[in-house]
Write a protein that binds this ligand. Structure first.
Ligand code: SF4
Length: 575
């Protein structure tokens, strides 16, 4: 089945900001401080469970917020609730979306001048309750044009606004009726641009596909409206919370399906739905899920081990030193063990980014533990076989790798510093490439090798691995942000990280060009310009389309490295 993915599907800016404010509060929480959200932060069970585990509960009653730090979610609250929360001694962290706050301000301004406000939206939705609170008891909520007729005719000054996630077409119809009844009325289309774009894209998509799948909470207003927009286009529409709500036999009737999602739908749920649909053969049912097999191999750290082994081949090809298969095995063993063991120290993030992956690791825990112990031992034995300095360096790398996720001893007075290496901002982005570069250059550290060549090879491998890690971080951004993991993309944002990655790619290309010219590398260096360009292409495509949401994205990122490594292997065999 061909699946067309809406570019606008997934978290909107307001939801992202609300999550960030909550995560910041958790991170900087003081001893004994209680944090809660006023109403569920987003419509997603897993995210709410994660917040619950971090001690952030969702409260609906003002009295229960007394003395706590209270996050006001993106929907906002009425002014009287704000006042009551203050009276209860709550400290407010205002995550009201800026676009919602603008509607509050508009209603307030007009209410002060005696205006009545008509809100087009769902009367029982938290955002609408908040908006109504600013009308100074001169407000009404409607959701159909006919309801305008039921409103008093004597209202002279009337303002018409919309819930920010309202259906654009419904609002237009209401506006028409409104202006007939209140010719001097003021209309403010307050539907947020994110909602408008999302709905416009669904309308466009509907003309290109046979059916639409809208992913998001069954009670999420904006998701319900997206489904409504798709249905209005007279196209079969399936509103689902997860892929398990889809029926294979029913979906097999279509060969081209569009997918969009609500503003609070996490990426991993969208990914699972896409993967499920792509595995369906129109007219038949579920086809052989080769993507599933590739994914399982990625879960098993197979690509990571393979990529590191091949990076060791790249080091050999760049330096022109005599290597051996043992060097590659050593690098692979190290990378496999460190990544596998660290996964068990990082369950929160995996649980949020990919619950399927987390379940896989839970199931195979004993196997991963045993094979990691075996790999570490093999890496140490192989390093010892090269020489004592190499053995000691490998031991150091293993210790650093193991310490990465372990709580360190922090002397009194230094408690504000991170207690784990993994808590150092951007550590995940930079430590992995550093470790990979070190383990690939390790065989040549001692033994009279030309140090400029060793350093050059280590630097190139660091750059290649840095690009690979940064690109994979894009994929994990939501979960990382939710668990407070400060990768580069979480800290600097997607745009700046993309620019940074482009910068690294440029440095990589220049380095690859100059190495042979400076006489510190073989001509193989020039071959590495190709993976740099392919990664650049991924960045460009990824920013325009939803390539990053595709389950195959991380496999593709690894495959580029694998192909570069295989070329190095061929080079080593033929030179
Ligand atoms: S849908 Fe629009 S208004 Fe609502 S939270 Fe998201 S960005 Fe803000």
């Amino acid at each position: 089945m061909k699946v067309v993915i809406a570019r606008t599907a997934g978290f909107c800016k307001g939801v992202r900001d609300a999550i960030e404010i909550t995560m910041n509060a958790i991170q900087h929480r003081e001893k004994g401080e209680d944090i809660c959200t006023f109403g569920p932060l987003i419509h997603n069970r897993q995210v709410l469970t994660m917040l619950g585990k971090k001690g952030v509960v969702d409260e609906n009653q003002i009295e229960r917020c007394a003395g706590k730090k209270v996050v006001i979610r993106a929907h906002g609250i009425p002014p009287y609730s704000r006042q009551q929360l203050h009276q209860q001694g709550a400290t407010l962290l205002d995550a009201t979306c800026k676009r919602v706050a603008r509607v509050h301000a508009a209603i307030k301004r007009h209410a002060r001048r005696g205006y009545y406000t008509i809100i087009v939206g769902d009367a029982d939705h938290a955002e609408v309750i908040g908006l109504l609170g600013y009308t100074e008891n001169r407000g009404a909520v409607i959701n159909r044009p006919e309801q305008i007729e039921e409103l008093p005719s004597h209202w002279d000054n009337v303002l018409l606004v919309a819930q920010t996630t309202q259906n654009e077409e419904v609002f237009r119809e209401v506006e028409e009726t409104f202006l007939k009844k209140y010719p001097n009325g003021i209309v403010k289309n307050t539907i947020c641009d994110s909602t408008q774009e999302r709905q416009a894209e669904v309308r466009q998509l509907c003309s290109k596909v046979q059916a639409m799948v809208i992913v998001g909470g069954l009670h999420s207003g904006n998701t319900l409206r997206l489904a409504e927009v798709a249905r209005d286009c007279a196209i079969p529409t399936f509103h689902v919370e997860t892929e398990s709500d889809l029926d294979t036999q029913v979906m097999a009737r279509y060969s081209r399906v569009g997918v969009s999602a609500g503003a609070s739908t996490p990426n991993w749920i969208i990914r699972d739905v896409i993967e499920f649909l792509e595995a369906i053969t129109p007219g038949a049912g579920t086809k052989f899920r080769w993507k599933h097999i590739l994914e399982r191999l990625a879960y098993g750290n197979f690509y990571i081990a393979l990529a590191t082994a091949l990076l060791a081949q790249i080091a050999e090809a760049l330096t022109d030193f005599d290597g051996s298969a043992a060097f590659s095995l050593m690098a692979a063993g190290y990378a496999f063990a460190m990544h596998s063991l660290n996964i068990y120290l990082d369950q929160d993030s995996i649980e949020l980014n990919d619950p399927g992956k987390a379940a896989f690791y839970r199931k195979w825990r004993p196997v991963f533990m045993f094979s990691s112990a075996l790999s570490v031992s093999a890496a140490l034995i192989l390093a010892y076989g090269i020489g004592l300095p190499n053995f000691l360096l490998m031991l150091l790398l293993i210790l650093l790798g193991l310490l990465y996720g372990v709580k360190l001893f922090i002397p009194a007075g230094w408690e504000k510093f991170p207690v784990k290496l993994k808590d150092i901002p951007t550590s995940k982005t930079f430590f992995v490439p550093m470790a990979w570069a070190a383990v690939c250059a390790l065989p040549y550290i001692a033994g009279g090798y030309d140090s400029s060549r060793v350093l050059y090879a280590g630097w190139v491998i660091f750059l290649l691995s840095l690009v690979r890690t940064t690109m994979r971080d894009f994929l994990a951004i939501q979960g990382d942000r939710l668990v407070g993991k400060e990768t580069l993309v979480v800290l600097a944002g997607e745009k700046r990280t993309a620019l940074f990655t482009v910068g690294v790619l440029v440095v990589l290309v220049i380095t690859a060009l100059c190495g042979p010219l400076a006489g510190i590398s073989t001509d193989f260096s020039w071959f590495l310009i190709a993976p740099a360009l392919i990664y650049g292409l991924f960045l460009i495509i990824g920013s325009k389309r939803r390539l990053r949401e595709d389950p195959l994205y991380d496999v593709l990122v690894e495959i580029v490295l694998v192909v570069a490594g295989l070329s190095a292997m061929v080079w080593n065999l033929t030179h």
